[in-house]
Design a protein around this ligand. Structure first.
Ligand code: AMP
Ligand code: ZN
Length: 116
C-alpha cells in the first residue's frame, strides 16, 4: 500500500475524520473506532512507517515518544492506577491490519493473559 492510500496518513492530515484525544510534535492519539476496552486509544506516528520496528530502525527516539504519549493518555483516561496494556501488533500474524506504525493503549477493564 502506498502512503497516499494509507488510512492513518489520512487521519494525520485530517482527510479522514477521527476523534483525536492528544497531539504531540511527532504523534497523535486517536480513539479506536472499534474499542476493545473502555479506554482504547491509538498512538499514531505523524510520519509514515510500516510498523513499530520500521519506525524505531529509522528513528531511534520515536518509540520512546510513543510510550511516553501512551502514558500521558492513560493518565488522562484515569487508568494508570488500575493498569493498562500497550500493544504493537506487528505483521499480519501479529494481528496488524493497518500498516502504519501505532501503539494501542488499552485499559479500564481487567485484561486477560494470554491474549487471543
Ligand atoms: P492493528 O490491527 O494493530 O493494525 O490496529 C488497527 C486499529 O485501527 C484497529 O484496532 C481498528 O479498530 C482501528 N481503526 C481502523 N480504522 C479506524 C479509524 N478510521 N479510526 C480509528 N481507528 C480505526
Ligand atoms: Zn501511513
Amino acid at each position: 500500500m502506498s502512503e497516499s492510500d494509507c488510512l492513518f496518513c489520512k487521519i494525520v492530515t485530517g482527510e479522514v475524520p477521527a476523534e483525536i484525544v492528544r497531539e504531540a510534535e511527532r504523534t497523535i492519539a486517536v480513539r479506536d473506532i472499534n474499542p476493545q476496552a473502555p479506554t482504547h486509544v491509538l498512538i499514531i506516528t505523524r510520519q509514515h512507517f510500516t510498523d513499530a520496528v520500521s519506525a524505531t530502525r529509522a528513528d531511534s527516539k520515536i518509540m520512546d515518544e510513543i510510550i511516553r504519549e501512551a502514558h500521558e493518555v492513560a493518565a488522562a483516561e484515569g487508568v494508570t492506577e488500575t493498569g493498562y496494556r500497550l500493544v504493537f501488533n506487528t505483521g499480519t500474524g501479529g494481528g496488524q491490519t493497518v500498516f502504519h506504525a501505532h501503539g494501542h493503549v488499552l485499559g479500564g477493564r481487567g485484561l486477560e493473559w494470554p491474549p487471543g
